[in-house]
Design a protein around this ligand. Structure first.
Ligand SMILES: *Cc1c(COP(=O)(O)O)cnc(C)c1O
Length: 422
């Protein structure tokens, strides 16, 4: 066995990892568990329970309604400003609000209303289904005159850039894609696509759910118009934490949310009877935010800002490359194929391993091997590598445990019937 395949080699990599100390900044109740699903639900930052306790006891229990004026009312914008630093957005363009799905609706509708004469929406079949449902909903609400062109990737990973460009024409109102694709982890060339869409007079909306906190995002530099993304994945904001949205500054005066709530009104506390949208990003807010979840986002974001996106990206590439090397050496001949691009420049921070019996292998990993990836139809086992806390030994262990599931035929202990939640 070559040294690169040994567990000791993984240990050496961990010893040389400049971000290694961040692992201790997260709650880790069971050190034997290998958690490879930070791309679906990030771990709990060690600071968060104290912060939640403070919100409950001090800010709610003691200060009561006064907390709205102290730090609650403006939190969607203030926390948005912190997230902005992770996605290359200058001030005044990002806010935290609602869910990713609802934000996508607000921004897609804004875009379509800005291009009333155009009838085409370009996306792909690998987009997160909720995004596609939202686009169908937008089209429905607007009278069904829009055509949604869902490009099909030839390689199952992502659509070739040229094919995306070819689909954008003079009738295209909106191009919207997940920057990092949720199944394959493949990454789109956002700058090229955004620039070309603008040449054709179309608007662009990026879903950054699998990008934020794991890969460099440069919304201002790309010239993106709109973006949305999750806070409970790589940002470690906690289950159901509200999402963020970005609207480019020079669009803000024309773009309008389709949901007219008091939080987006020019002067929320004047309680005027007629709606008049606030200046700036505030107009994309809707109603009272979920304060506990909203404020709980901050400790995770602070850790990412401290680590810095360049160092995070560097480690993420090392982790995913290491996973692919181990895959080539020991899993490729066990019926697996790689469901993620080999070129590190074309991938985010998870690796998908495809196997005809992927569903049952994934079940066996979770229930018998204390290893938590997730499964996405039809055959993807997704292994998320969160550069803040995933170690090289986690990568080594997960490959070793996958091998053991197959050599010990543990996948056969489970039924093919899908559980409701995978
Ligand atoms: C996780 C994810 C979402 C989640 O949307 P919710 O509204 O939070 O359920 C949306 N889009 C993409 C691409 C995702 O990966």
């Amino acid at each position: 066995m070559s040294i690169e395949l040994s567990r000791n080699y993984a240990r050496d990599l961990d010893e040389r990892d400049e971000l290694a100390s961040f692992r201790a900044q997260f709650i880790n109740i069971d050190p034997a568990m290998v958690y490879m699903d930070g791309n679906s639900l990030g771990r709990l930052p060690a600071q968060t329970p104290q912060r939640v306790e403070q919100i409950v006891r001090e800010e709610w229990g003691e200060k009561l309604i006064r907390s709205w004026g102290i730090n609650w009312f403006n939190a969607p914008i203030q926390i948005g400003e912190k997230i902005a630093q992770l996605i290359g957005a200058g001030t005044g363009q990002v806010a935290v609000s609602d869910s990713t799905t609802v934000n996508l609706y607000k921004l897609a509708m804004s875009a379509l209303m800005l291009k009333p004469e155009r009838k085409k929406i370009v996306t792909d079949t690998l987009n997160f289904p909720s995004d596609l449902y939202m686009l169908q909903g937008c089209s429905h609400v607007l009278g069904g005159k829009h055509h949604i062109q869902m490009l099909e990737p030839a390689d199952g990973l992502r659509v070739d850039t040229q094919r995306v460009l070819d689909a954008i024409d003079d009738d295209t109102a909106l191009v919207t894609l997940s920057h990092v694709v949720f199944k394959s982890g493949a990454m789109y060339d956002a700058k090229t696509i955004s620039e070309y869409a603008h040449q054709k007079g179309a608007l662009v909306l990026w879903d950054l759910s699998h990008s934020v906190g794991s890969v460099p995002v440069e919304l201002d530099e790309w010239g993106a118009d709109f973006a949305v993304g999750c806070t409970y994945k790589y940002l470690n904001g906690g289950p159901g934490a509200p999402a963020f949205l970005y609207v480019r500054r020079d669009l803000q005066s024309q773009a309008i949310s389709p949901i007219w709530g008091w939080y987006g009104q020019r002067s929320p506390f004047s309680f005027e009877l007629d709606y008049s949208p606030a200046e700036g990003i505030q107009r994309f807010l809707t109603g009272t935010p979920p304060v506990f979840s909203l404020l709980s986002i901050e400790p995770g974001v602070d850790l990412l800002l401290e680590a810095g996106i360049q160092r995070l990206r560097k480690k993420s590439i090392q982790l995913t490359t290491y996973m692919i090397d181990l895959f080539d050496a020991s899993l490729a001949d066990m019926g697996f194929s790689l469901g993620t691009p080999r070129d590190a420049n074309l991938r985010g921070s998870h690796v998908s391993l495809r196997h005809p019996d992927g569903y049952r292998i994934n079940r066996a990993l979770i229930e018998e091997m204390n290893t938590i990836p997730d499964f996405r139809e039809p055959d993807n086992i997704r292994l998320g590598m969160t550069p803040l806390y995933t170690s090289f030994q986690d990568v080594w262990e997960s490959v070793d445990r996958i091998k053991r599931v197959l050599s010990e035929k543990r996948n056969l202990h489970f039924a093919e019937t899908r559980l409701k939640i995978t």
